[in-house]
Design a protein. Structure first.
Length: 553
């Protein structure tokens, strides 16, 4: 076998791996190798923001994971796309930039992630971000990750915001600033007219350095150990196996499905499961692959009585013109993900901070493009933020080429059903506001006949979809926590020279889309890895609805 030695070895060039590749090479001292199973991200389908539904359905760029049969969803197996390309899922996602609620991070700290409170993580959100409107106390203005508001050309976005106000919800000027709760503008990771993936933001500039090597089409098959110290990785490229050694650390950034799989293949995980597959135990960690969490959502769709939606752009000629304009000028409709407004609300009194998220879209279509619009319409993607159901990632076999089993156990807790019913009823109320009167046609989905709890539940079982936010399968926590996998510095508990840095180490899922928190997490982990002083905590206040205990809005 060919063998080489580097200082740091990063497995996975996804959102977190790209950040670490940049930060660990910026001083020029350490040699860093990144192993990525996917290939190049130089594709118009990846780089043009409005083409977002295409790469997530292409085997070239998607791992092609599907869940096990989900008992509460009529036995359906749901697609769980994961980026298999430079940039990982940041190269195939919807580009919505949402940091989460400040109280998510207070919750993290209470769950054992010491030093990850809101005041601790805010400086790293700011360090990462290069906001088109400039920085302020909450936002970063000169970081590598470009963020901006959408075009806001379609009049239905203003109608959506006004309907929220009429329904009694606050308007928030910045869902990523002081106040997440309310209706407001969504921002996207787009810069200079193209997708600002982690590859474009972090990896591409870093690849110009002589101390960084990025090796594509390289599948990590196991972590190499000397006792409990990680000393390298074995990987497959083509038909050949190679070993690469790490003088300092092995950093697993393979994502919430592949990271627990790789740990287990390497002998780190639940003893009984490893024994079932004849894998020698290196260190027993029962939490590897457990605590898997996700966001579910459905599309509340309404027909539009005026031909002002994006449906008019869906014929082949119009789409070709949008693409041509983007190729020539990097502007026009091609530069938007079209999720330009949204909202965060609470489902009932007694909920301290928002547990329902909205993405508004001026078209009636499925997120992944699998169901095309058939008429003018508009929709809200809506779903609960903090599911009580937990799932797992487990090995199907000891073969690294065989996909692991993924089971979210969706909707297995009664609280999840109560929140989903609230999503239907509260959304119907928003679309019934006077602001939509001029445009509101029939309710396409769920349909006006879906009213009772039983009817809503049947709709949810048949139509709810993943929002593609798997996380928490290698959770961060105290060493005394039997299900914790990494400590507060992302070190795999009970091992040496091994860390996991990606969305799998979140103790619990955040309130919103996961790309921004994952990049923040890697920014902070980079300082832990380098042994640098952490950025000073930010004492900025955050909003909590004053009457949350007694009112829903």
């Amino acid at each position: 076998m060919a063998q080489e030695t580097v200082d740091y070895l990063i497995v996975g060039a996804g959102s977190a791996g790209c950040v670490l590749a940049d930060r660990l090479t910026e001083d020029g001292r350490d040699q860093v190798l990144v192993l990525e199973y996917g290939g190049s991200d130089r594709s118009v389908w990846i780089q043009m923001p409005s083409a977002l539904s295409i790469p997530m359905n292409m085997p070239k760029y998607d791992w092609g994971f599907y869940t096990e049969s989900e008992p509460q969803l009529n036995g359906r197996r749901l697609h769980t796309p994961r980026g298999k390309v430079l940039g990982g899922s940041s190269s195939v996602n919807g580009m919505v930039y949402v940091r989460g609620n400040a109280l998510d991070y207070e919750r993290w700290e209470s769950e054992g992630a010491s030093g990850w409170s809101y005041r601790d993580v805010l400086p790293y959100f700011k360090r990462a971000e290069g906001r088109a409107g400039g920085g302020d106390d909450y936002r970063g203005g000169d970081g590598p990750l470009a963020t901006r508001r959408g075009l806001l050309d379609n009049p239905l976005h203003a109608v959506w915001l006004e309907a929220g106000r009429q329904a009694g919800y606050p308007f928030t000027a910045d869902v990523n600033g002081f106040q997440q709760e309310g209706f407001g503008y969504l921002e996207m990771t787009v810069g200079a007219g193209r997708r600002c993936s982690a590859a474009n933001a972090y990896l591409r500039p870093a690849m110009e350095r002589t101390n960084l090597t990025v090796r594509t089409h390289a599948l990590a098959t196991r972590i190499l150990f000397d006792g409990r110290r990680a000393v390298g990785v074995r990987y497959r490229r083509g038909e050949a196996l190679h070993d690469v050694l790490a003088r300092r650390e092995v950093l697993v950034c393979a994502g919430p499905i592949n990271s627990p799989q790789l740990l287990k293949l390497s002998g780190v995980g639940p003893r009984a499961e490893l024994a079932q597959h004849d894998i020698s135990l290196v260190h027993e960690l029962p939490g590897v692959g457990e605590n898997l969490q996700d966001h579910l959502e459905f599309y509340f769709q309404v027909a539009c009585r005026e031909p002002i939606t994006l449906y008019s752009q869906m014929n082949p000629w119009r789409k070709a013109l949008i693409g041509l304009r983007w190729l020539l000028r990097h502007d026009g409709l091609g530069v938007s993900n079209h999720f330009e407004t949204g909202g965060f609300i609470r489902s009932r009194p007694g909920v301290r901070y928002p547990d329902i998220q909205y993405h508004f879209l001026p078209m009636a279509v499925s997120y992944d493009g699998s169901s095309l619009a058939r008429e003018h319409g508009f929709q809200a993607h809506v779903g609960p933020m903090r599911s009580h159901s937990k799932g797992w990632v487990r090995l199907r076999s000891a073969d690294p080429l065989e996909k692991p089993r993924v089971f979210f156990n969706y909707m297995s807790q009664p609280e999840d059903w109560a929140e989903m019913r609230a999503c239907v009823r509260l959304t119907r109320e928003i679309f019934a506001q006077p602001a939509f009167a001029r445009y509101r046609g029939r309710e396409i989905q769920p349909g006006e006949g879906v009213q009772s709890d039983g009817e809503i539940d049947a709709f949810i079982r048949a139509k709810v979809e993943s929002a593609f936010h798997p996380s928490c399968s290698c959770r961060m926590g105290r060493a005394s926590d039997p299900l914790a996998v990494v400590d507060a510095q992302a070190r795999v508990i009970g091992t040496q020279a091994l860390r996991v840095v990606d969305s799998s180490i979140m103790p619990s899922i955040t309130t919103g889309n996961l790309n921004a928190p994952t990049i923040m997490l890697a920014e902070k982990a980079a300082d832990h890895i380098r042994g640098r002083a952490l950025l000073p905590p930010s004492p900025e206040p955050y909003y909590v609805a004053p009457a949350w205990e007694s009112t829903q809005r």
